[in-house]
Design a protein around this ligand. Structure first.
Ligand code: UDP
Ligand code: MG
Length: 155
């Protein structure tokens, strides 16, 4: 069992904060084109999540393949790679208590047509591919994705 850098320190009242997690969030090319970067960041900040790292980049085909390696045999893989490399994105590391699930809750389900109003995909997404934003789905993937986007690398 290992967290994302949090050692479960107790604070001054002796309470233990064990569930501090980090998530890799990417505002995808359509999110940048729609000019909702600021709106999206605001939603995370209003929920008291922390923006720890942030950068704009153009995802290379190599990075896209590595980021989405689990989907390489899916029917939509080629379309997904075309889409995610089609323009600049904003990548960030978001931290906070239970950040992975909370970020996914604010994002909404993969298909924006099934997402409720008030979720990021429900408000700004087009379809099951063009869905505005990525958020890590597990601690293992968060660690892997943060290393890919923010580790010592050439991206
Ligand atoms: N995607 C797609 N068609 C599908 C399912 C997913 O084009 O039927 C795309 C979509 O952009 C999605 C990404 O592939 O965000 C990764 O899929 P995943 O199932 O991991 O969804 P997510 O975790 O992003 O909700
Ligand atoms: Mg996923």
């Amino acid at each position: 069992m290992s967290g994302c850098g949090n050692s479960g320190k107790s604070d001054i009242r002796g309470e233990i904060d064990n569930n501090i997690e980090k998530s890799l969030v990417v505002v995808k090319p359509d999110g940048v084109r729609k000019k909702v970067i600021g709106e999206i960041i605001s939603r995370f900040e209003k929920e008291d999540l922390n923006i720890e790292k942030l950068k704009m980049l153009r995802i290379s085909r190599e990075l896209a393949h590595r980021h989405y390696q689990d989907h390489k045999d899916k029917s939509f893989f080629d379309i997904l790679i075309e889409y995610i490399t089609s323009g600049p994105v904003v990548a960030m590391v978001i931290s906070g208590e239970n950040a992975i699930a909370r970020v996914r809750g604010l994002i909404g389900p993969t298909d924006p047509r099934k997402a409720e109003r008030g979720t990021i995909r429900g408000d700004f997404g087009d379809d099951i591919t063009v869905n505005v934003i990525h958020g890590s789905d597990s601690m293992e993937n968060a660690r892997r994705e943060i290393e890919l986007f923010f580790g010592q690398s050439k991206w």
